[in-house]
Ligand binder design. Structure first.
Ligand code: ATP
Ligand code: MG
Length: 323
């Protein structure tokens, strides 16, 4: 059976981009694959963070993941920091990776350019992400397009490790959703919508629905008035078409509009139709944080049982444990 792994980072309040690019596609894979999903709290340490807020956001993200359909009775759902093998394998992979290839990562370049002081973990985090994936011998990683380069690096590290020390890891591949693999900021459709960027064009999953409608109705569109899918020439309109397609499961090619106004209205309706039930499910989960914590503790125990044998195999292969 296909083994799927994806992690979601509590670095801010989750956005519509996270839902369409990662959470929903990950939930759909529960039907056909053996899935391991994590809350990557260690990845949230790569930028400035507040300890109390990190705990709150980790729990919020776990609740939102479950509300988006990631049913913990049908997968392993765990907090990354509760499984020590992640940090340990990350170091072994840092010792397999090269400084130059880490520096070449687009996310490192983009994020480090926005910061005065850059944490070293921002540079090395792709090694931790590779550890996340390789510990579970995942074959598929459902992610938005922005993470494709990190999954490629994971493949390279797995292949290099296997070549140097023997066959331990399964090289994975990234899988992207058919639409909305890269949801753009509604106020600046040339930038990716991101939970760590404060922008009036970001839709948060817990935004009140009237705010969602307002943000979509105010979305920046393009010059001219024809509605056509052309991400280069018409990024604003193309973003709305991609969002509408992802929410309704109607392929972009089958969406036909003759005005920006009706496209915006239908997009707002479709997003709200998705968010309203999700927000209701989230509210009932958030009302009982102790149960949510118990679900995560049980998930961590199952994750440790899956991850520890892979870590031991890697340590044996590197000469750190007796064969
Ligand atoms: P950050 O700004 O902290 O990097 P983010 O919004 O980019 O936050 P991540 O935690 O980095 O979110 O990514 C979680 C998942 O959501 C990944 O699979 C990523 O590819 C996907 N994702 C993130 N942003 C988008 C987007 N705008 N469109 C589609 N998928 C996205
Ligand atoms: Mg990101």
């Amino acid at each position: 059976m296909t083994r799927v792994l994806s992690l979601f980072t509590p670095s801010g309040h989750p956005t519509l981009g996270n839902l369409l690019g990662a959470l929903r596609p990950s939930a759909r894979l529960l039907r056909t694959a053996d899935c391991v999903y994590g809350i990557s709290d260690l990845h949230a340490l790569t930028g400035g963070h507040d300890p109390a807020r990190l705990r709150e956001r980790s729990l919020e993200l776990a609740g939102l993941a479950i509300a988006a359909g990631i049913d913990p009775s049908r997968c392993v759902l765990f907090p990354q920091s509760n499984v020590p093998a992640h940090a340990e394998l990350s170091y072994l992979l840092e010792s397999t990776a090269h400084y130059g290839e880490m520096q070449r990562m687009i996310q490192f370049k983009e994020k480090s350019a926005r910061q005065d002081t850059v944490r070293l973990s921002l540079l090395t985090y792709p090694a931790l992400m590779a550890a996340d994936i390789l510990l579970y011998q995942a074959t598929e990683v459902p992610v938005g397009a922005d993470q494709a380069q990190h999954v490629e690096l994971t493949r390279d590290l797995a292949e290099r490790f296997n070549r140097l020390y023997g066959p331990v890891f399964t090289p994975p591949r990234a899988v992207h959703p058919p639409a909305a693999a890269r949801v753009m900021d509604l106020a600046d459709p040339t930038s990716k919508m991101s939970k760590s960027v404060d922008s009036p064009g970001t839709i948060l999953l817990l935004d009140p629905v009237d705010a969602v409608r307002r943000k979509i109705m105010r979305a920046v569109t393009d010059s001219g008035s024809s509605v056509s899918y052309d991400p280069e020439g018409k990024p604003g309109v193309s973003n709305l078409l991609a969002i509408l397609s992802a929410c309704t499961d109607v392929p972009v090619a089958e969406l036909s509009y003759d005005s920006y106004g009706t496209l915006k209205k239908d997009t707002a309706d479709a997003v709200i139709a998705l968010l309203e039930p999700l927000q209701r499910r989230y509210a009932s989960l958030a009302a009982d944080p102790a149960s949510l914590q118990a679900v995560l503790r049980a998930g961590a125990e199952r994750a440790r049982a899956l991850a520890d044998p892979t870590l031991a195999a890697a340590k044996r292969a590197m000469g750190l444990l007796a064969a």
